[in-house]
Design a protein around this ligand. Structure first.
Ligand code: A5P
Length: 215
């Protein structure tokens, strides 16, 4: 997909990377633009990827990719998002990588989100459903619990995450913090795509400029 705005946002965020850093690599089209821009800079860095797809791309471009076990923490991560609200809360996981994305984000000192303005919404859930990764074991019971919560889960049939999980795309309703907490209380839920506190900065590519919003 051609998008000068996504490219500009990715390049602006990549300028924050310095030699010696451990850098998290996001997943999705915009994050891949950042991976390409990072590789072009040929810095002495180590990366940790949020998906097999991003790891393969990064290695093919000559970047060093470590497993999370090799690093205590990361300096920063550059990732995309599906929706961004005015409080810099995110909806993520359209690509199904939300669990690794959240683990890598939480291990990072800073999470930089790269996007075009189409990702900006008034309220999360405006354009996408909420991806929830669940265990295949007893998925019937977990889906029943999600239905009881009136989340109307729709399974992405045939899709398996890098963790062997199943994605159920859910309806968003009610208070987001309460919803996030309730989902984490279900034993069959691995993770959900609400990133309420993680983003440190948003790089929004607009025609001719990149707007940076800081938390
Ligand atoms: C991947 O699981 C998602 O969280 C992505 O970060 C998100 O889908 C953004 O992707 P695009 O940059 O392709 O829109």
């Amino acid at each position: 997909m051609e998008s000068a705005e996504r490219d500009a946002a990715a390049r602006a965020a990549v300028r924050e990377v310095k030699a010696g850093m451990v850098v998290g690599l996001g997943t999705g089209d915009t994050a891949e633009r950042a991976i390409r821009a990072l590789a072009e800079r040929q810095l002495a860095i180590v990366t940790v990827a949020t998906s097999q797809r991003s790891a393969t791309l990064a290695r093919s471009l000559g970047l060093r990719v470590h497993e999370p076990e090799q690093e205590e923490s990361l300096h920063l991560t550059i990732d995309g998002a599906d929706e961004i609200d005015p409080e810099l809360r995110l909806l993520k996981g359209a690509g199904g990588a939300l669990t690794r994305e959240k683990l890598v984000a939480r291990a990072s000192q800073r999470l930089l989100i790269v996007a075009d303005e189409a990702k900006l919404v008034g309220a999360l859930g405006e354009r996408h459903r909420l991806p929830v990764e669940i265990l295949p074991f007893a998925r019937r019971w977990t889906l029943a619990r999600l239905s009881e919560m009136k989340l109307d889960p729709v399974v992405r049939e045939g899709f398996v995450t890098d963790n062997g999980g199943v994605i159920a795309d859910c309806r968003i309703h009610g208070d987001l913090t309460d919803l996030a907490r309730a989902l984490k209380q279900l034993p069959g839920v691995i993770e959900h795509g609400l990133f309420l506190d993680e983003a440190s900065a948003i790089y929004v590519g607009r025609p001719g400029s990149v707007e940076v919003r800081l938390r």
